[in-house]
Design a protein around this ligand. Structure first.
Ligand code: UDX
Ligand code: ADP
Length: 459
């Protein structure tokens, strides 16, 4: 099966970078990314590559190389579906906020809308690839929608979960540990394997059945998140003993069976995937009556929520049990460095708690726009938008955010935070000047020497 035209529905954090790399590595294939959001598509088409809607190191260069050659961004979804032999579904699948499965199950309405759109438009055979993270057996639902169109078009459905991490998306796409393709049709699987084969060695392209592929994605994220909750659980124990969580992580990480990655104690994991995928796993397990399995994985989330909460609790108790009317400067709002994505960022929940204690919050993040900070807080509906507006201020410059603050809370591990003039920062803060390092990026001795009251995670 020769693929000449690909369409990707959803121009987000997954669709954008993935298609940009596929286009770069397959100059003979025309790749069109479509989205219902006109503003987002306009931003992808903007002349100024520093204004793309997604910040990812290396992405702007690849878009600059391929855009309007074999990579196109459009809102004409029907045209792109009609022309393509292969269609990726890469739309968002947030946790449901209503009805059955509220707060647990994935909301598949956007995926279903895509499937119905494809079913309506397709006049020729198509390979449909699910790229969004989906609960197990979603491909079955897509298949059922597509196969009941009555227009005699043949659809092959593949599951091809994305393992890229934000902030390193381009690096992960260019040199993936593996590519996973689940499906029934051998021809369809090989057609997709050929596209990846332009740059990924064949032995790293795994072929499985659809359900194994879907479940592998949820399981990979659950295992990764579990490591973070495990080390975060130990971090609390370290704070009550003489142990240092960095030393513990190093010691256990040198055991080749454990390995050194994903052992950084932190303020708690965020991002669009970990919590959502574990909740999905828990929901699916419970729906099969597997309560022990569900409880086991649910604890990863319980511990993560606890980690975020105990960070803000500690900040409040250290500031003499009150933050009311005090300025707290937050460094970082993104859920990790090198991305402008803020979904499920710990900063949102820490701020929400501090605002309930009547703190004044000053936010600086090198890549997150001010409007996103307010949107994230308003979305929680803990207080009115007016109250959020009056208690929270955002800054383009870290020194202005920190000026006159009682405390600094480091939320994101941006590299630039390490290079600030911390002596100058000490001088412009109220005394005692507190730092709560939620990412363990600063040096305790140096900070104490300058005069800060410095506390970090797990030490
Ligand atoms: C994750 C998976 O890594 C990726 O394979 C999948 O495709 C999508 O979900 P992502 O959420 O983009 O990727 O970033 P990741 O690097 O996994 O970080 C997730 C969260 O965990 C961040 O908030 C990060 O700061 C935190 N984290 C990560 C830690 O707290 N400690 C660590 O050691 C590693
Ligand atoms: P992800 O991190 O999974 O890429 P994003 O929210 O960044 O998630 O991107 C998903 C994109 O999918 C959004 O830009 C959204 O507008 C788009 N989208 C959602 N539903 C549809 C649809 N039915 N047709 C086209 N685009 C859609």
């Amino acid at each position: 099966m020769k693929i000449t035209k690909i369409c990707c529905i959803g121009a987000g954090y997954v669709g954008g970078p993935t298609m940009a790399v596929i286009a770069k590595k397959n100059p003979n294939i025309q790749v069109t990314i479509v989205d219902i959001n006109q503003e987002r598509i306009d931003a992808w088409n903007t002349e100024d590559l520093s204004k793309l809607p997604i910040y990812e190191p290396g992405l702007a260069e690849i878009v600059g190389e391929t855009r309007n050659k074999n990579l196109f961004f459009s809102t004409d979804i029907n045209k792109a579906i009609d022309e393509s032999e292969m269609i990726f579904i890469s739309v968002n699948t947030p946790t449901k906020t209503y009805g059955k499965g509220k707060g647990m199950a994935a909301d598949l309405k956007y995926v279903e809308l895509c499937a119905r759109n494809i079913a309506d438009v397709a006049k020729t055979d198509k390979i449909v690839v699910e790229k969004s993270t989906l609960p197990v057996r979603t491909a079955e639902a897509i298949k059922s929608i597509l196969h009941n169109t009555g227009n005699n078009v043949k659809f092959s459905i593949l599951s091809n979960p994305e393992f890229l991490a934000e902030g390193t998306a381009i690096k992960d796409l260019l040199a993936p540990d593996r590519v996973l393709i689940g499906g029934e049709s051998k021809d369809a699987i090989e057609a997709l394997a050929n596209i990846y084969g332009s740059w990924v060695p064949q032995e790293q392209i795994l072929r499985t059945n659809v359900w194994s592929s879907e479940l592998s994605k949820l399981t990979a994220n659950a295992f990764l998140a579990q490591r973070i909750s495990s080390i975060n659980a130990i971090s609390e124990l370290c704070e009550h003993t003489e142990a240092n969580v960095n030393e513990v992580a190093r010691a256990i990480g040198m055991d080749s069976r454990i390995g050194p990655k994903f052992l950084n104690a932190s303020i708690g994991f965020g991002g669009s995937c970990f919590q959502k995928d574990i909740l999905n796993l828990v929901y699916i397990a419970r729906s099969y009556g597997l309560n022990e399995v569900a409880d086991y994985w649910e604890q990863v989330i319980v511990l993560n929520d606890h980690q975020k909460r105990r960070f803000s609790d500690k900040l409040i108790s250290t500031l003499y049990n009150t933050v009311s009317g005090k300025k707290i400067a937050l460094l970082g709002w993104a859920f990790k460095k090198d991305t402008n994505d803020t979904r499920e960022s710990a900063a949102i929940y820490v701020t929400d708690h501090l605002l309930s204690e009547q703190a004044n919050i000053a936010v600086y993040d090198p890549k997150v726009p001010s409007s996103k900070v307010y949107d994230d807080l308003n979305y929680l509906q803990t207080r009115t938008e007016e109250e959020n507006n009056s208690l929270v201020e955002t800054f383009d410059n870290p020194y202005d955010a920190i000026n006159d603050a009682h405390a600094i809370a480091i939320m994101t591990e941006w590299d630039e935070f390490k290079t600030y003039d911390w002596t100058k920062i000490f001088d412009i803060m109220k005394k005692p000047a507190f730092i709560f390092d939620g990412r363990n990026i600063l040096n305790k001795e140096e900070m104490s020497q300058i005069g800060f009251e410095y506390s970090s995670i797990g030490k």
